[in-house]
Design a protein around this ligand. Structure first.
Ligand code: SF4
Length: 402
C-alpha cells in the first residue's frame, strides 16, 4: 500500500469507487483458501469490468495452477512480488510520498520482525509458502517502531511466525537484543510479542519483562497439543510436563502474566486417549485465553500422507468440547481484574459516554474487549486509567477515573 501511494495511487473507501481491486490472500488452511477464492469470485461478479489482482499467499502457493483455473483474476502477484505492485500497475499522477498506512485500530500497529519459518511442523504449510526464516535487522525494526511512535502509536505488536527464532538465521537468537534496543527508546509505549514456539522459549527475556512494564506480560504460546506422541509426529518436542513447567516458570517470574495458547485437534493418529490427555492438560494449564483449530490436511506437508486421518466430525466435536471447557477458566481469570485500576488503550467511540478499548491482557482481534464508561470525552488511540467494575462474558467493563 505504501508503494502504491508512492506511485500516486489513492486508496478507495470501497470497491465501488476503485479502479483496481487487490485481494491480499491467505492460504495456510482450507478455510482461508476458500475465503480468499470467494473474495475474488464475488468481486468479479459484482465488478465485471474492473481489474482484479490476487496477491499474497494463495498466489504464491498455487500460482501456476490458478493462472489456468481462475480466469476471474486478471493478475497474480505472489508474496515476493508484493512490493513490485507499482511496476505492474504503473504510476499515477498525484501524491509524491507514501508511508505505511495504519490499518489497525487507533493506537496499535503490527511490526513484522521476520518472515518465514524453519520449524517445519509437519501439519503446517507456512514454510512451504513463506520459505525458511528470514529475520529483519534490529536497526531496520527499530527505525520502523520509532516512525510508528512518532505517529502516535502506543502499542507495538512484534509479530513473526515464531518470534523466539528471531535472529536464528544469523548468529543465534537475538530477541533479547531486539527488546533491549527497543526499551532504550525513552517514551511511553507497550510492546507485545505475538507467537513464541514453546519448545524454545527464550528464558533470558523474562528479566526484561520484570524490569520494564512497557513489555506487556502477555505470552502467546501455541502448544498445539500436549500428548508426547502427537507432538512428536508434529515435529514438536514438548509434552504436558515440559509445557506445564514452562507455564510455572513464567508465572513464577511474572505473577501477572497472561498466557494464550492454541490447540490443534484431529491431527492424524489422535486417539480418544490423546484427546483426554489434552483435556487434562487444559485443566492443569489454566490458560487465560485459548484458541482451538481443526486439523486441515494440506498437500505438500509431511502430515498429508500420514495414516489414520481423523474424521472431520470427530475433530469438530473435540474442538467444541475444548472451547466449552475453556469458558469458565477464562471467565474466572478475568474476574481477577474486578476492582483493579488499570491502563486501557481506547480504540473506538461508541457514544458520548461509551468507548471500546483493551487492557494489556487482551491482544488485538483475538481476545475479549474492554468497555469503557467515561463522562469526559476520550480520544481513540490514547491510554486512560480506569477501574474494572464488572465482567460481561469475555469483556471487562471499566469506569474512567475522571
Ligand atoms: S512454528 Fe508455526 S509457522 Fe512455523 S512451522 Fe510450526 S506451526 Fe508453522
Amino acid at each position: 500500500m505504501a508503494s502504491l501511494e508512492k506511485g500516486g495511487w489513492i486508496r478507495a473507501e470501497s470497491p465501488d469507487s476503485a479502479d483496481v481491486i487487490i485481494v491480499n490472500s491467505c492460504a495456510f488452511i482450507n478455510a482461508a483458501k476458500q475465503e480468499s477464492l470467494n473474495a475474488v469470485l464475488s468481486h468479479r461478479k459484482a465488478y465485471p469490468g474492473k481489474k482484479i489482482i490476487l496477491a499474497g499467499c494463495l498466489a504464491q502457493r498455487y500460482g501456476t495452477r490458478l493462472e489456468k483455473s481462475l480466469p476471474e483474476a486478471d493478475l497474480l502477484l505472489n508474496t515476493e512480488e508484493l512490493e513490485r505492485v507499482i511496476n505492474v500497475l504503473g504510476t499515477s499522477s498525484g501524491r509524491e510520498k507514501g508511508k505505511r498506512p495504519l490499518l489497525s485500530p487507533p493506537g496499535s500497529a503490527y511490526v513484522k520482525i521476520s518472515e518465514g519459518c524453519s520449524n517445519w511442523c509437519t501439519f503446517c504449510a507456512i514454510p512451504l509458502i513463506k520459505g525458511e526464516l528470514q529475520s529483519r535487522t534490529i536497526p531496520d525494526i527499530v527505525a520502523e517502531c520509532l516512525g510508528l511512535l512518532d505517529r502516535g502509536i502506543h502499542e507495538i505488536c512484534l509479530v513473526g511466525q515464531d518470534v523466539a527464532s528471531f535472529g536464528m538465521d544469523r548468529e543465534g537468537g537475538e530477541l533479547y537484543q531486539l527488546l533491549m534496543t527497543l526499551l532504550k527508546i525513552q517514551r511511553k509505549f507497550w510492546i507485545r510479542l505475538l507467537y513464541i514456539h514453546p519448545d524454545h522459549f527464550p528464558y533470558n527475556i523474562l528479566k526484561l519483562f520484570q524490569k520494564d512494564p512497557r513489555l506487556v506480560p502477555y505470552f502467546d504460546l501455541p502448544f498445539q497439543h500436549s500428548a508426547r506422541n502427537i507432538l512428536n509426529e508434529m515435529n514438536r518436542h514438548g509434552n504436558a510436563n515440559t509445557y506445564l513447567k514452562l507455564l510455572e516458570d513464567i508465572r513464577g517470574a511474572l505473577p501477572n502474566a497472561i498466557i494464550r495458547s492454541t490447540f490443534l485437534v484431529g491431527f492424524p493418529g489422535e486417539t480418544e486417549a490423546d484427546f483426554r490427555s489434552l483435556l487434562r492438560f487444559q485443566q492443569n494449564a489454566e490458560l487465560d485465553w485459548m484458541g482451538c483449530f481443526c486439523y486441515s490436511r494440506e498437500e505438500g506437508t509431511l502430515s498429508y500422507k500420514m495414516n489414520r486421518q481423523v474424521a472431520k466430525r470427530v475433530a469438530a466435536e473435540r474442538q467444541s468440547i475444548l472451547e466449552n471447557h475453556q469458558v469458565p477458566i477464562t471467565e474466572k481469570h478475568l474476574n481477577h481484574f474486578i476492582g483493579h485500576t488499570i491502563d486501557v488503550l481506547v480504540e473506538e467511540s461508541l457514544s458520548r459516554v461509551l468507548y471500546l478499548g483493551r487492557i494489556f491482557a487482551q491482544a488485538p482481534e483475538v481476545d475479549g474487549a474492554t468497555v469503557i464508561h467515561s463522562n469526559n470525552p476520550l480520544v481513540p488511540g490514547t491510554v486512560v486509567q480506569g477501574t474494572v467494575y464488572t465482567r460481561l462474558g469475555f469483556d471487562l467493563q471499566v469506569s474512567v477515573n475522571n
